[in-house]
Design a protein around this ligand. Structure first.
Ligand code: COA
Length: 702
């Protein structure tokens, strides 16, 4: 095996090169290699040192997998970078790529940082529920000021090199950072300059420290369920006393956070998102097809958002609608959306023009004859979708991929209608499609591995977080939502109010979703939800009990569609929901009609009745092979449904509660409510996991 860290010499200057693909993360082996090479440099005659990396980036952070190791400690690495900083001979970091977390902390311990102009630097630890653990909270305020440090550490967002130069984080930009760093070190040696050690610098904007720390504490008080916010305030405040005090506070805070459920959840999501992109058992010989042009059928809200998604990634897109008027309207909305982004300063006029130029409208499907990927995004109507699928099958060129954007319809039927089911699949975008991260890629029974691989590769290019789902009603996300909404309506009939249910769901002490089910239903449209349920029931596949989702269906019947009609579960003052006694009366009426007994609901019961059936449904989804792995289910929920990532998704959260507790509650509900409709039948997988005392997250299909 080749060494991950090597020492070489460029004349009198030593160069340490880290080579640990893919992102030069600081594994134990890298840290040991760095130590060995640094000591060898110290023993050598070299007059100075450059620390550099091979591959696609300078160190992009600590190796996150090591954080789960109970024996993990940042102390050895921190001691090593303290020795590097203490070197009497000048040390420069030659940086490029994404210099994040431990990578930036290593670079800040060097006396100079020379960067490629396209470099990004940042401390993204908060995205993992952590604070920087290798003195990032101490050296950054001393280099860039406490105000900038707070902004970077609390947002976790990387900044571009040019900005980092302005903040004093990077010293020089160079197209060839390694020779430039060698040159800078040689110059420093010649000039006899004393090394500039970040830990010894005063905080340049110390006069702002009190205000920044007050703001950091206020942010922490406002969201006590995000424990890293208080640790940021604490570490920055201790740093104003002195570097050693700050070092101690940071180390203690980092260790406290590493053990929290929130940080473990966020680390789980980090890896689950990456794993979700992988197709199990895919042969290495299967290569993705080239995709250069894209067609979208339907210039409505979904079609427009999908067209923008591809244009944003540089693809020429042809968008189709039936009439010039519909097309003009659709293109007008796209333009308005872009103009909004420009007015918010997030895009230049020129970028907007470039993207609009990539989007061409047409009224005939023939215009899609040369498209590599065609996404049909018309109204959720099977007959219409089947008709278009048939036409696309005739028009599309050989090898084109034909996708349908549907949230509940049978992708296999639509794929068959194209006459080339191996080239067909579902792409379930979430609205607004150009903003929402999630893309459920629906694998039809006959979708070829090559086509699935092409689309999963494409999802990365268009910057979506993707998970694969098999074909079933609602796929992964909406199928689980269905049981969540089922229990919502059931509890309303039993006498709970929409506000009572939403409050529990939105409360971070329970779930912490941005919106409870009733507010969400009113926003998405009671009509949209009810039509889906009605069609499902009428198809004979859906539940046949007349009480099923009775409140939603009754609201629909009364024309109370939610926000768009000013009344649904709530009434509305603009967008503000106001409790609606008419809903309570309607729920009572439904309860009497369907013989539902009233009961009082504790917050705990509301929480359990919403989450646990979802977890049970997830277990069925796994058993049926609809999702490849438990992490995919969590990714769907955290990136598409507003489930807090710091909860790790429904399965991770259930694991934290204990699957045995989930099963016991399901059994208890079966006893309380009876199980006439099978709603409380525990999935065998869930029972097995509970009996084994295992975590559902660890389950894999055998
Ligand atoms: N530790 C361990 N593995 C890491 C890692 C880290 N810090 N950063 C990336 N990886 C792995 C990913 O899991 C992925 O592995 P896979 O190919 O087996 O799925 C691989 O490196 C490539 O990462 P990916 O995110 O797919 O590539 P990208 O080019 O889109 O993004 C980064 C690269 C570095 C920007 C991104 O991976 C990232 O943000 N990493 C985390 C950085 C971080 O938080 N550092 C601070 C840690 S405290």
């Amino acid at each position: 095996m080749t060494e991950p860290v090597t020492l070489s010499f460029d004349g009198p200057i030593a160069v340490i090169t880290i080579d640990n693909p893919p992102v030069n993360a600081l594994s134990y082996a890298v840290i040991e290699g760095l130590r060995t090479c640094f000591y060898a440099f110290q023993q050598s005659e070299a007059t100075g040192l450059v620390i550099a990396c091979a591959g696609r980036t300078f160190v992009a952070g600590a190796d996150i997998t090591t954080f789960n190791d109970p024996a993990f400690s940042a102390a050895p690495f921190n001691a090593l970078i303290a020795e590097i900083e203490a070197s009497a001979r000048p040390v420069a970091a030659a940086i490029f790529g994404t210099v994040l977390g431990g990578g930036l902390e290593l670079a800040m311990a060097c006396h100079m940082r020379i960067a490629h102009p396209a470099t990004k630097v940042g401390l993204p630890e908060v995205t993992l529920g952590l604070i920087p653990g290798s003195l990032g909270t101490q050296r950054l305020p001393r280099l860039a000021g406490i105000e900038t440090a707070f902004e970077m550490i609390s947002s976790g967002a990387p900044i571009p090199a040019e900005k980092a130069v302005g903040h004093g984080i990077i010293d020089h930009l160079a197209d060839e950072p390694i020779p430039a760093a060698v040159h800078a070190v040689a110059e420093a040696v010649l000039a006899g300059e004393a090394p500039r050690r970040a830990s010894e610098l005063p905080i340049p904007d110390a006069d702002k420290a009190a205000d920044v720390i007050a703001a950091a504490k206020a942010a922490a008080d406002a969201k006590p369920w995000l424990p890293w916010l208080a640790e940021i305030a604490n570490a920055l405040e201790a740093g104003t006393v002195g570097f050693a005090a700050g070092e101690k506070a940071e180390a203690e805070g980092f260790e406290r956070l590493r053990a929290t459920a929130a940080s473990r959840a966020l680390r789980h999501i980090f890896f689950a998102e990456r794993e979700a992109a992988r197709i199990p058992g895919l042969s290495k010989d299967v290569k993705p097809r080239p995709v250069k042009t894209v067609g979208v059928v339907g210039a409505g809200t979904m079609g427009g958002g999908i067209a923008m998604t591809f244009a944003n990634a540089g693809f020429p897109v042809t968008i189709i609608d039936t009439t010039d008027a519909a097309l003009e309207r659709g293109l007008g909305i796209i333009e308005k959306n872009y103009a909004g982004t420009v007015s918010r300063g997030r895009m230049t006029e020129e970028q907007m023009r470039e993207r609009m130029d990539l989007i061409t409208g047409a009224t005939g499907l023939d215009a899609l004859a040369e498209a590599d990927v065609i996404i049909e995004a018309v109204f959720e109507d099977m007959a219409l979708k089947l008709d278009i699928a048939g036409k696309l099958g005739e028009i599309a060129k050989k090898g084109a991929i034909i996708a349908t954007n549907t949230s509940t319809l049978d992708v296999n039927r639509i794929a068959e209608a194209t006459g080339r089911p191996a080239d067909s699949l579902g792409m379930h975008f979430f609205s607004p499609a150009h903003i929402m991260k999630l893309l459920e890629v629906v694998r039809g029974d006959k979708t070829s591995p090559e086509v699935l691989h092409t689309v999963m590769t494409l999802t990365k290019t268009i910057k979506k977080t993707a998970a694969v789902s098999g074909v079933c009603f609602g796929f992964i996300g909406n199928r689980m939502t269905e049981v969540y909404l089922r229990e919502t309506d059931a509890m309303l009939m039993e006498g709970a109010t929409p506000a009572q249910i939403d409050k529990v769901v939105e409360n971070p002490a329970w779930l912490g979703l941005a919106m409870g089910p009733c507010r969400m239903g009113d926003m998405a449209g009671v009509d949209v939800m009810a039509r889906i349920v009605n069609e499902w029931v009428e198809s004979g596949e859906g539940p046949q009990a007349p009480s099923y989702r009775a409140v939603c269906r009754a609201l629909f019947h009364l024309g109370k569609f939610g926000q768009k009609t000013g009344e649904g579960y709530y009434t509305y003052d603009g967008r503000k929901p106001i409790p609606n006694p008419a809903t309570d009366a309607l729920a009572k009426e439904m309860a009497e009609l369907h013989h539902v007994a009233p009961r009082a609901h504790s917050d705990e019961e509301i929480f359990q009745r919403l989450l646990f059936p979802m977890v049970n449904e997830a277990a069925l989804i796994l058993m049926e092979g609809i999702a490849y792995r438990p992490g995919d289910v969590d990714v769907v929920w955290t990136s598409g449904y507003g489930f807090p990532a710091w909860r790790g998704g429904p399965i991770f959260m259930a694991d934290e509660i204990g699957i045995a507790n989930v099963v016991a509650a399901m059994d208890r509900f079966a006893e309380t409510f009876g199980n006439a409709h099978g709603h409380w039948t525990v999935a065998p997988l869930l029972r097995d996991v509970a009996a084994a005392g295992a975590r559902l997250s660890d389950w894999r299909p055998s």
